[in-house]
Design a protein around this ligand. Structure first.
Ligand code: PLP
Length: 415
C-alpha cells in the first residue's frame, strides 16, 4: 500500500501532470531516526540527489557523500559547507578528474580514496589533504561460492595487498588520514554483517596506523515486497558498535562510527505516479501501458527489481472498462520503443505479472518504494523529458523539480 492517501496523489497529478515523482518528508525523517545511534549518518546522495531532499537531510543533521563533481555542486547548493563543519561533504571515488580535484581542494572536501592512482594524484596535488581509505576487504575469501570477489579483481576500493603501500604514501606525504571505509553490500544478513565487522577490525589492525573514524558504507536493505523483512537497525548498530569498541581498545582512544546509507533513507519515501493510456491483451499477457517508461524508472529493466504497483481509480472513460476480461494479473509496461520497457520482469527479462484492481484507461498507477535510484537514474531516452519531483511536507505539496521540456533538450544542440 502506498504511503500517501489517494486524494493527495490525485490532487498532485492534476496540478503537475504525469508521470511524477512524489516524496514524503515524514518517512525520510523516520528512517533517519532509526540510525541516530551512529555518530555520523552520511547520505549517499546518488540514491536521490534533489537539492531539496539534500536540504532536508542537512536540516536533520545528516552529512552527505558525493561521487561526482556534480554531486559536490549539489551539496554546496543545498547549503553544505566544509568550512562550517569539516565533516559535511565527503567525495568517494576510484578516480578523480582535474575538475573534481580542483573542487575538493577549493572546498576542503575529504576524499574517500578507492585506488592507488587516485591516492598518488591527491598526494601530489594536495599533500596535507584529509582522506579516507576505501578498503576492499576481498570478501569471498573463505567462501568457495564467491571465488571471484577477491580484492584484486574488484573495481572498487584499495585491496588489502596494496594497503601497506597506501599507508606508507599517507605517511610520506603527511596526508590527513581520517579513517577506513568499507562499502558492504548486505546488511540484512547479520551473519554476513559480523564478517564485515570482523574484516574492519582486522583491516585497521593490519593497517597499523592511527585513525579517528570508521565507516560502514551503505547497503542497508529496505523491504520492497511483503516477503522482505525490515532491517533490525538495533542489531545492525550493535554489531558495528562492538567492532568500533574493539578498534578503540586497539588504538587506545575513541573513534567515530559513520554509516552511509542511500536506499535505506529514501526508498520507501517515494512513489512514481503514471497514467494508464492503453490496455491490451496478447496470447500470453494482459498489458497495462502507462506514460512512464524505463527512462523514468530504470530498476526493473536494469535489475529485474520488484516494485509493488497499485491502481488509483479516477477514469472518466468509463465506456472503456474492460468487462470482457476477468484477468486480475497484469504485465505493466511503458511507452518506449523497446521491448524491455516493462516494469514487471525478473532479472533475466522474463515478463511477470502483478494483481491489479480493475485498471482502466485514464486511471493512475502508483509505483511504490521508488524514492531511491528512481529519479536519480532517469534519462532522456526516446527524447522524453525528465518528470517533475514533488515533496510532500507538513501538508504542503511542493514542486521541487519542474518537468523538463523538449526545448530544454533542443537548446543544448543549438550550436
Ligand atoms: C552507492 C553507495 C552507497 C549507498 O548504497 P545503498 O545501497 O543505497 O545504501 C554508500 N556508499 C558508497 C560509497 C556508495 O557508492
Amino acid at each position: 500500500m502506498t504511503i500517501f492517501n489517494s486524494n493527495t496523489l490525485i490532487e498532485i497529478t492534476q496540478q503537475f501532470g504525469t508521470p511524477a515523482w512524489i516524496y514524503d518528508a515524514a518517512t525520510i525523517r523516520q528512517q533517519i531516526k532509526q540510525l541516530r545511534n551512529f555518530d555520523v549518518i552520511r547520505f549517499a546522495q546518488k540514491a536521490c540527489s534533489n537539492t531539496h531532499i539534500l536540504r532536508l537531510m542537512r536540516e536533520e543533521g545528516v552529512m552527505v557523500d558525493a561521487v561526482s563533481a556534480g554531486e559536490i555542486e549539489r551539496s554546496l547548493a543545498a547549503g553544505y559547507s566544509n568550512s562550517d563543519n569539516p565533516e559535511s561533504i565527503v567525495f568517494t571515488a576510484d578516480v578523480i578528474d582535474r575538475e573534481t580535484l580542483a573542487l575538493v581542494i577549493q572546498h576542503d572536501i575529504p576524499v574517500n580514496i578507492g585506488s592507488m592512482d587516485m591516492l598518488h594524484r591527491i598526494a601530489e596535488s594536495s599533500p596535507r589533504h584529509p582522506i579516507w581509505i576505501r578498503v576492499n576487504p576481498g570478501f569471498g575469501h573463505g567462501h568457495s561460492e564467491k571465488t571471484n570477489t577477491g580484492g584484486p579483481n574488484s573495481k572498487h576500493g584499495i585491496s588489502l595487498e596494496d594497503l601497506p603501500q597506501a599507508i606508507s604514501l599517507v605517511n610520506q606525504y603527511g596526508l590527513d588520514l581520517i579513517g577506513i571505509h568499507m562499502h558492504i553490500g548486505s546488511g540484512s544478513d547479520l551473519e554476513h554483517l559480523s564478517q564485515a565487522c570482523q574484516a574492519m577490525i582486522d583491516t585497521v589492525k593490519f593497517a597499523n596506523v592511527d585513525i579517528r573514524a570508521i565507516s560502514t558504507g551503505g547497503g542497508l536493505p529496505t523491504p520492497y515486497s511483503k516477503n522482505d523483512s525490515e532491517l533490525d537497525t538495533k542489531a545492525f548498530f550493535g554489531l558495528w558498535d562492538e567492532a568500533r569498541k574493539e578498534i578503540e581498545n586497539h588504538l587506545g582512544h575513541d573513534i567515530k562510527l559513520e554509516v552511509e546509507p542511500g536506499r535505506f533513507l529514501v526508498a520507501s519515501a517515494g512513489v512514481l505516479v503514471a497514467e494508464i493510456h492503453c490496455l491490451k491483451s496478447t496470447a500470453q499477457h494482459h498489458f497495462v501501458l502507462v506514460d512512464a517508461g524505463f527512462n523514468d524508472l530504470l530498476r526493473p529493466s536494469m535489475y529485474g527489481s520488484y516494485h509493488e504497483i497499485e491502481v488509483l481509480h479516477q477514469s472518466e472513460f468509463t465506456d472503456q472498462i474492460d468487462t470482457s476480461s476477468s484477468a486480475v494479473e497484469y504485465a505493466v509496461a511503458g511507452p518506449l520503443c523497446e521491448s524491455g520497457d516493462v516494469f514487471t520482469q525478473d532479472a533475466s527479462g522474463v515478463i511477470c505479472h502483478q494483481a491489479l484492481d480493475k485498471p482502466r484507461v485514464g486511471d493512475l498507477l502508483v509505483f511504490n518504494d521508488v524514492g531511491a535510484y528512481g529519479a536519480s537514474m532517469s534519462s532522456n531516452y526516446n527524447s522524453r523529458p525528465l518528470a517533475p519531483e514533488i515533496l510532500v511536507d507538513k501538508g504542503l505539496n511542493r514542486l521541487v523539480r519542474k518537468r523538463q521540456n523538449i526545448r530544454n533538450l533542443l537548446a543544448l544542440e543549438d550550436v
